[in-house]
Design a protein around this ligand. Structure first.
Ligand SMILES: C[S@@+](CC[C@H](N)C(=O)[O-])C[C@H]1O[C@@H](n2cnc3c(N)ncnc32)[C@H](O)[C@@H]1O
Length: 268
């Protein structure tokens, strides 16, 4: 184990002040920036070739241990009322977390062109922020929500019951094996593709789950021009070990690289 990995493991077990934690995060970010600055220029080609060799998702169990099967009660303490486990939108400095969740959900609906009556498939539904919002706002629509977490399904089903919603079905399935078995007007996915290792394989399946005039809406975080995998082989890669095993950082243009499957109509 190298010195940095040793230091990370030591501080993981010790309570630290916020300023020390922030200094540590800053150090690790600068380390990643230095690494990216010195990577060869054909790194994106190699990343794409690697993707084609991998399954749709790797280390799915680790992601569940680190996040998605952590009891929903914990997320009640740290998330907003809608349990949105992805970026929110703050139009004003005074916007609250609960308001920012709704602003982001409304923006997703607008950008995805959702209309009442559509059949909608959400992939990677978390604790149901978007699916419950859609089911409530579009009573004539039917929503199918998928994630690989049983506790997320239990949470969403209880919330739907409490809200009197009958137009929402929640499915527990690993994206490696999920098959929709029918077509939808919209497929939506908010911050799940960063867990997906082989986009071509998944996008190919999604294409078959869309009506001929259907559309796919994807929300991802991105790096401005580099894609990389959080490296589980590197003992000093804190994110790969503690938070995002199997995850990737997509370059901003990554969704454009599958033109045989999807044409990117719009970006925000
Ligand atoms: C970052 S969360 C986003 C949740 C939700 N879209 C939101 O905005 O609150 C990622 C979601 O993808 C799901 N996910 C990750 N890997 C998956 C896999 N291999 N199969 C199915 N779902 C997966 C997780 O269970 C979780 O629901």
């Amino acid at each position: 184990m190298n010195m940095l990995a040793f230091a990370i493991n030591a501080v993981e077990r010790a309570p630290l002040s916020d300023s020390m934690t922030l200094a540590g995060i800053d150090y690790l970010c600068r380390r990643t920036r230095r690494r990216l600055a010195t990577t060869p220029t054909d790194v994106e080609r190699v990343f794409m070739e690697d993707m084609q060799r991998l399954p749709v998702a790797v280390h799915a169990d680790a992601a569940n241990d680190q996040h998605y099967e952590v009891p929903a009660e914990f997320f009640k303490l740290v998330l907003g009322q809608r349990r949105k486990y992805s970026c929110c939108l703050y139009p004003e400095a005074t916007t609250s977390l609960d308001e920012a969740e709704i602003a982001a959900l409304a923006e997703t609906v607008e950008n995805a062109g959702i209309e009442n009556g559509m059949d909608i498939l959400e992939l990677g539904c978390g604790w149901g922020s978007l699916s419950l919002y859609l089911a409530q706002r579009f009573p004539g629509s039917s929503i199918t929500s998928v994630s690989n977490s049983i506790s997320q399904r239990v949470h969403i089903e209880a919330a739907a019951e409490a809200m009197g919603l009958r137009n929402l079905t929640v499915v527990t399935a690993d994206m490696n094996h999920f098959s929709a078995g029918r077509r939808y007007d919209r497929v939506l996915s908010v911050e799940m593709f960063e867990h997906m290792s082989n986009w071509e394989a998944l996008l190919g399946r999604i294409r078959g789950w869309l009506e001929p005039d259907g559309r796919l809406f994807i929300h991802i975080f991105t790096h401005k021009d580099r894609s990389y995998r959080f490296d589980h082989e590197d003992p000093a890669d804190w994110i790969a070990h503690h938070f995002f095993t199997g995850g990737i950082m997509p370059a901003r243009d990554l969704p454009h690289r599958f033109p045989d499957l999807f044409h990117v109509e719009q970006e925000w």
